[in-house]
Design a protein around this ligand. Structure first.
Ligand code: PLP
Length: 486
C-alpha cells in the first residue's frame, strides 16, 4: 500500500515512512493511493473477532510494509482490558468499545458506542495508545529516537503522554497554559512521574503555547538536531486506528451485512469522522455520517451550504465542549480530495484560497469555486449544531430518559443524532469523553458532581511534576536540549 499527498507532489511512501511525520513535504495530507475494500465474506468472518483481532485485520490492509506477526504483537498489547476497561470493570474487554442501546421503539434505535474507557477517559486514547506502540516498534527497528513536542489545552496532550509514558526512544515535551486547564485535566497530566514526560506550564494562554511550538518547528536545524516530531490529529496512523471502531460498532449493532447503520460524531478537527468516511469508502454499509458541531460551526456550515469559511481567533468561541473549539478543521482536506475525485491541483488551489481568502465555496452558486456540494449526499454526510443550552438540556434528558450521565461533547452528538435518526436504521453516537472530565458543566446541568471512575477519586491530591516557564522561545529550546542531551 502506497500513500500519496492530497496536494499531489510528494513522492509516494509506505505506511512506516509516513508514521512518524505530519504533513507531506508539499503541505498536503497523506492518503492511501486507493482505499482497500472489505468483502461481505470478510465482514462476516470479522463478526466474531475480538477488538484486537479486528484491529489487526484492518491495520493489515493499510500497513502492508510491517510484518503481520509484528502488527499482531502490537494490536494484542494495545487493545486489552488492562488499557481500556480499567474504568468500568464489568465491561467486556473483548469488545473494548461496547454498545449501549439508549432507545429502541417504533423502529427508532439510538445507540451509544463507548470510546472513552482508556487511561485519559476520552476517545483519543483509542488511536494514541496504538500510536505509542507503533512508534516504539519503528524507532527500535531503526535504533532511532523521537522527541514529541506539542501544545495542548486538554485532551490531546494527556492522551499523548499516557500513550508515550515509559516508551523507549521517546520523550514528550508538552506545553499547556499555566493555571488555565481544569483541575482534573491538570492533575491527569502533571501527576505523571515518568522521566520521559515533560510538562511545561507556560505563563500565557493556549495561543502563546501554539506560537512557541510554531517558532521551534520553524527552526529546521534545531528541529532536526533534536529529532522533534508531533502527534497531531492529521497523523495518518491515528486516522486508521479510528477506522477500526466504526467496523466494531457496525458489526456489534447488526447481524447481517444487508443492514445499514448511521453514525453521529461530535466533531472538531474532522479526524474522528474522517475515519468513518474511510470505513464507508472501504465498503462498510454506513447510511449516514452526521457531523455534530458546537457553537464553532464551520463544518456544519459547509455540510449545509457547501461554503467552507474558516474562523478568525476572535470568532472562535470558548465553549463547554472545548475539544470541539476549532477555527478550521485540520483533517478536512482529506475529504475534499475525495469529493474532488483526487484532483490534487484543485485541492492545492482551494487550500491556497483558505490561506488568502479565508475559505472556499463549492455551492455551485455563481462565482463559486465548484459545484461539488451536489455530491455530498453520495458520501452520506449530513450535519447539525448544538450550543450550550442544548448541551444542558441533553445532559438532563439523557439522565431522565436513559439513566446515564454523558459528557458535554457526547451531549452535542446526541442532540444532533436525535434530529437525524431514521426509521429502521440504528443511529450510533460515538461517546468521545466521560463526564468526569467536564464536571463544571455536569454541575450546572444536574446540580451534582459527575461520577468518577475508580482510581480517579483523588487525582488532584497526587504529587505533580511540571516546569513553569515564561513565553520565551530560547528558554524553551534550552530546556529541550538539556533534557534530550542532543
Ligand atoms: C478531540 C475531541 C473531539 C473532536 O474530535 P476530532 O477528531 O477533532 O473531530 C470531540 N470530543 C472530544 C472529547 C475530543 O477530545
Amino acid at each position: 500500500m502506497q500513500y500519496v499527498s492530497t496536494r499531489g507532489h510528494a513522492a509516494q511512501q509506505n505506511f512506516s515512512e509516513i508514521l512518524l511525520g505530519g504533513l507531506a513535504p508539499d503541505g498536503g495530507l497523506y492518503l492511501p493511493q486507493e482505499y482497500p475494500q472489505v468483502t461481505p465474506d470478510e465482514m462476516n468472518s470479522w463478526r466474531t473477532l475480538s477488538y484486537a483481532e479486528l484491529a489487526l485485520e484492518v491495520l493489515k490492509k493499510f500497513a502492508t510494509d510491517i510484518p503481520v506477526a509484528d502488527l499482531k504483537a502490537i494490536t494484542d498489547k494495545t487493545y486489552i482490558g488492562e488499557v481500556y476497561c480499567n474504568v468500568r470493570a464489568e465491561q467486556d474487554a473483548f469488545q473494548i468499545t461496547p454498545l449501549r442501546v439508549l432507545e429502541d421503539r417504533n423502529g427508532r434505535k439510538l445507540i451509544l458506542q463507548a470510546l472513552s474507557n482508556g487511561p485519559t477517559l476520552a476517545f483519543k486514547d483509542m488511536a494514541m495508545q496504538l500510536l505509542g506502540n507503533l512508534f516504539e516498534y519503528t524507532l527500535a527497528k531503526h535504533n532511532a529516537e523521537l522527541n514529541i513536542f506539542g501544545a495542548t489545552s486538554g485532551d490531546t496532550g494527556s492522551a499523548a503522554e499516557y500513550a508515550m509514558r515509559g516508551k523507549k526512544g521517546i520523550r514528550v515535551f508538552m506545553l499547556s497554559p499555566h493555571k488555565k486547564m481544569s483541575a482534573f485535566q491538570t492533575a491527569q497530566m502533571f501527576s505523571l512521574q515518568d522521566p520521559n514526560i515533560f510538562n511545561i506550564a507556560v505563563e500565557g494562554v493556549f495561543d502563546d503555547c501554539q506560537d512557541m511550538v510554531k517558532a521551534v518547528s520553524n527552526d529546521l536545524a534545531f528541529k532536526s538536531r533534536q529529532k522533534i516530531g508531533t502527534v497531531n490529529s492529521i497523523n495518518w496512523a491515528r486516522v486508521v486506528a479510528q477506522v477500526v471502531y466504526y467496523f466494531r460498532g457496525y458489526l456489534s449493532a447488526t447481524t447481517s451485512n444487508e443492514q445499514k447503520v448511521s453514525f453521529t460524531v461530535p466533531s472538531g478537527n474532522f479526524g474522528n469522522i474522517c475515519a468513518g468516511h474511510i470505513a464507508r469508502m472501504m465498503g462498510l454499509p454506513i447510511e449516514k455520517l452526521v457531523v455534530a458541531t458546537n457553537e464553532n460551526d464551520v463544518l456544519d456550515e459547509f455540510f449545509r451550504t457547501g461554503v467552507y469559511r474558516v474562523r478568525k481567533s476572535a470568532e472562535t468561541w470558548h465553549t463547554t465542549s472545548p475539544s470541539m473549539d476549532i477555527s478550521k478543521a485540520s483533517n478536512f482536506e482529506r475529504f475534499i480530495y475525495d469529493l474532488l475525485d483526487g484532483d490534487a491541483e484543485r485541492v492545492v488551489a482551494l487550500f491556497k484560497k483558505v490561506e488568502t481568502a479565508g475559505g472556499f465555496d463549492l455551492s455551485g452558486q455563481p462565482g463559486s469555486d465548484g459545484d461539488e456540494f451536489r455530491k455530498i449526499a453520495k458520501f452520506g454526510f449530513e450535519s447539525g449544531k448544538s450550543v450550550h443550552a442544548d448541551r444542558l438540556k441533553t445532559i438532563r434528558l439523557v439522565e431522565k430518559n436513559y439513566g446515564i450521565t454523558v459528557d458535554t461533547h457526547t451531549a452535542d452528538g446526541i442532540k444532533v443524532a436525535l434530529e437525524h435518526i431514521e426509521q429502521g436504521i440504528p443511529m450510533i453516537v460515538l461517546e468521545t469523553a466521560l463526564p468526569a472530565k467536564f464536571n463544571e458543566t455536569i454541575q450546572e446541568a444536574l446540580g451534582r458532581d459527575a461520577e468518577r471512575p475508580a482510581g480517579f477519586e483523588n487525582i488532584e491530591a497526587l504529587p505533580q511534576r511540571f516546569e513553569v516557564m515564561s513565553v520565551d522561545v530560547e528558554k524553551m529550546k534550552a530546556f529541550i536540549a538539556v533534557n534530550t542531551g542532543l
